[in-house]
Design a protein around this ligand. Structure first.
Ligand SMILES: C[S@@+](CC[C@H](N)C(=O)[O-])C[C@H]1O[C@@H](n2cnc3c(N)ncnc32)[C@H](O)[C@@H]1O
Ligand SMILES: [Zn+2]
Length: 367
């Protein structure tokens, strides 16, 4: 079937049951991810003018790399599968675009060549590609993870094994997953004296996606490690707190209800986005993108999210408190009127971030 995205039209095989068993994988639901990728590539080139090379390391039909090539990136498309690389060649030709296509294990390629921007969009966890991707990236590493159950602690052992961190299945699960992924990527880069800082991250439709900007040096890598730490969370009253460092020091029990606390980490506690970059990416979202409106809305929410490591869900809180929920704008206004910072988040329509704790939120938003 033919698929048009952005400036290109590609051919992809019919996908039986969410891509399973198809000759070459294609997921139409990731169009938003790809539209934002193209906008991020445009914005990143303005931020770092000397960059020119882009590797689509796990290309499948090549749609991501073909779109990068259509945006004047000197593109390499790699896949381990013969059918995939053959389709990448055809899709480049169909769009009258030139790029290098490699049938290779991406790990071999990324260990032997480096690219300004590397994009790893594999099946499930990106961790088997993490070390090679760090080696093969000069400036910006873009990573998708679709294994959300291990990441957010719903498949606990699998999450611990893959990410070398303890994930917990909290009510802020998508953010937990994002921060577990970021922690693993930051620690992988730090092993090579590289600081990997997320400049854009979003958790959308069963995947987490992040763009990590690299800076080289032991000192900056140490600074990144300093932004790892633990979140302590009460499943009963939803109180939570966090502390920095690689040695967990959880409080004995919940200071509000005295119930047992769950601790997750080491997770990334730092910023997941650079608001300036997010705004630059939004400016690069263009009319021809199929998800332009959704992408703009997502980026606007991301740019306005306040910088705290967890978020709340108003509906869940109100249910615990035996109180009816109210319009989000009014709820957030009440927090602000009480002197707290507060914003919506992209994790869901009833979610918010604030610097108030759970007791303060309850008081500030009571009628
Ligand atoms: C989820 S698909 C990629 C989807 C694509 N990026 C897109 O936006 O439509 C993952 C691809 O990774 C390829 N792959 C799996 N292991 C690989 C490896 N070790 N090296 C390179 N490609 C690999 C698979 O053949 C598959 O085509
Ligand atoms: Zn509690």
């Amino acid at each position: 079937m033919r698929v048009s995205e952005g400036r290109v039209t590609v051919t992809v095989p019919e996908q039986p049951e969410a891509g399973k068993g198809a000759d070459v994988f294609f997921n139409p639901v990731q169009e938003l991810n790809r539209d934002i990728t193209v906008a991020a590539l445009r914005a990143y080139r303005e931020r770092t003018p000397r960059v020119s090379t882009y590797l689509d390391a796990t290309a499948a039909s090549g749609i991501r790399g073909v779109r990068a090539a259509a945006n004047d990136w000197e593109t390499t498309l790699c896949d381990i599968d013969d059918d995939a690389t053959a389709l990448c060649e055809q899709n480049l030709e169909r769009n009258d675009l030139a790029a290098s296509v490699r049938r290779s294990d991406a790990n071999v390629l990324m260990h032997s060549e480096a690219f300004d921007v590397v994009d790893v969009d594999p099946f499930g966890t990106p961790i088997p590609f993490a070390d090679a991707a760090v080696q093969g990236t000069k400036h910006l590493l873009c990573v998708t993870a679709t294994d959300t159950a291990p990441l957010c602690g719903a498949h606990f052992e699998s999450g611990v094994r893959s990410y070398g961190a303890v994930p917990r299945n909290t009510e802020f699960h998508a953010e937990m997953g994002m921060r577990v992924l970021l922690s693993a990527m930051v620690r992988t880069a730090a092993r090579y004296d590289i600081a990997a800082r997320p400049i854009l991250s979003h958790a959308t439709k069963h995947y987490a996606r992040t763009y990590l900007e690299f800076d080289h040096g032991a000192k900056v890598a140490n600074d990144c490690i300093d932004e790892l730490g633990y979140v302590h969370h009460c499943q009963h009253c939803l109180w939570r707190d966090h502390d920095y460092g690689l040695i967990a020091d959880p409080p004995e029990d919940c200071p509000v209800c005295e119930k047992h606390l769950q601790t997750a980490g080491p997770i990334w506690l730092g910023r997941t986005c650079d608001p300036e970059f997010v705004s630059a990416v939004s400016e690069q979202v263009s009319e021809e993108m199929g998800t332009a409106d959704e992408a703009k809305e997502l980026l606007a929410t991301l740019g306005a999210e306040i910088d705290t490591p967890t978020h709340y869900d108003q509906h869940r809180l109100c249910k615990r408190w035996g109180r009816g929920a109210e319009a989000m704008d009014e709820f957030i206004e009440k927090l602000r009127d009480a002197g707290y910072a507060a914003s919506r988040t992209h994790y869901g329509g009833t979610t918010f971030k604030t610097d108030a704790d759970v007791v303060e939120i309850r008081e500030a938003t009571a009628d």
